[in-house]
Design a binder for this molecule. Sequence first.
Ligand code: TYD
Ligand code: MG
Length: 472
Amino acid sequence: MAAKVRSKFVCQSCGTSHAQWLGQCSQCKEWNTLVEEVMDRVQEKRGTPESVRSRTPKPIAIDAIPVQDGPRIALNDGELARVLGGGLVPGSITLIGGEPGIGKSTLLLQTALRNPHLKTLYVSGEESEHQVKMRAERLQVASSEWRVASNAPDSPIATSPANCYVLTETNTQNIFKHIEALQPGLVVIDSVQTLHTASLEASPGSVGQVRECTAELMRFAKASDIPFVLIGHITKDGFIAGPKVLEHMVDCVLQFEGDRDHAYRLLRPLKNRFGSTNELGIYEMQGTGLSAVEDPSQVLLGDRRERPSGVAVSATLEGQRPLLIEVQALVSSAVYGTPQRSATGFDLRRMNMLLAVLEKRCGFRLGQKDVFLNLAGGFRVEEPAIDLAVVCAVLSSNADIAIPMDTVFCGEVGLSGEVRPVTRTEQRIAEAAKLGFARIFLPQGTKGIGPVKGIELVQVGQVNEVLGHLFG
Ligand code: TYD
Ligand code: MG
């Protein structure tokens, strides 16, 4: 056991140090702001492996640094590789955040199993070896391919030919020892909230522990060139203390999201030091793990013969990719005094704004109607280009007239009922044409679009004009 490193409790609000934890900072009187931090870096280094300690950085002339748009480590998972900017960067730290049960462990275990060219150490602080193994079974890896690597009780267990080792350990110093011995090409930590370092007394999962452990991992990764992927849990109402404080430390932050009742999962980069954050990975959760969705629009629209009233298809962009999504609306007379308004996958305030525009600018009496809105597939769209489809779905349901099957919408709707231009219209048109739609409504004055074979481009300046086209 390494000698205990001295620690102090620092107020995150005013910076005052305290010798022990207090509920209230004695200086600034703020509550719950004290976090344990390491006091003495020299002692702490004792726990750091030799190879890491021996590397002391020196100043280098910037011209002398070799240009390196990194050798990337290829992955057998197109979605993950693309979201990362083209593969894993050696020595990088990636944090994957998501709600419990969304599929983070599944994603990374299958990455470990399906990339046999990468020797992976899967460090699980949440599940036992057997639980990990059971999951691997479900990911369709034959059990005969698993074996115990050595007889030592605490040594990692290997899968072969999957080339994945499982380690149930939460102490960072011990994890580093195993990494030194195993020399993996990738380390997965499941999850960062279970780690603890001997340098601090705070319990695992506390802000101090999570931050200090990640700092240790950072130093280790940079010195050893081994990429790390950390799993972090977040709660429904956004990031909790844990992963939020890590965001600025790590190289990439990916958010794994989706509706647990639906099969689709989105992998969205929030931060990427090695690539664009405009990417999006789409997966479908199946009985045998997550599979990439190559053609999301096709899947989302299904092959319906006809659409009922209240359904409009929108050409949206998710990251760099165009995505055609079905917007469903239900408008009915309010049974109770106050009409109900609810939206799933779409901002409720924005829906209320659009309803107000319809009421005020287009003369529809929706004030006494219940309005329910839903985006198919459990997707969430924040892009304003979906507005026009929302408006048309609502009016279609209100009038109980179905919108023709072959029609797509894209356009932002402004407060005076005008249809406003959106970005990258060509891509949206191309996607709609590819999927066999015959007509797309676009904002007036969209520049740089020529005629496209097989699809009629209808430019509209006002919401009223669209209604004329649709409902006569
Ligand atoms: P998990 O990876 O354990 O979530 P996290 O690590 O984010 O907490 O995902 C768990 C869910 O995924 C669980 O409810 C079961 C489901 N699942 C499948 O549907 N198919 C599978 O092949 C696997 C492994 C899990
Ligand atoms: Mg998990």
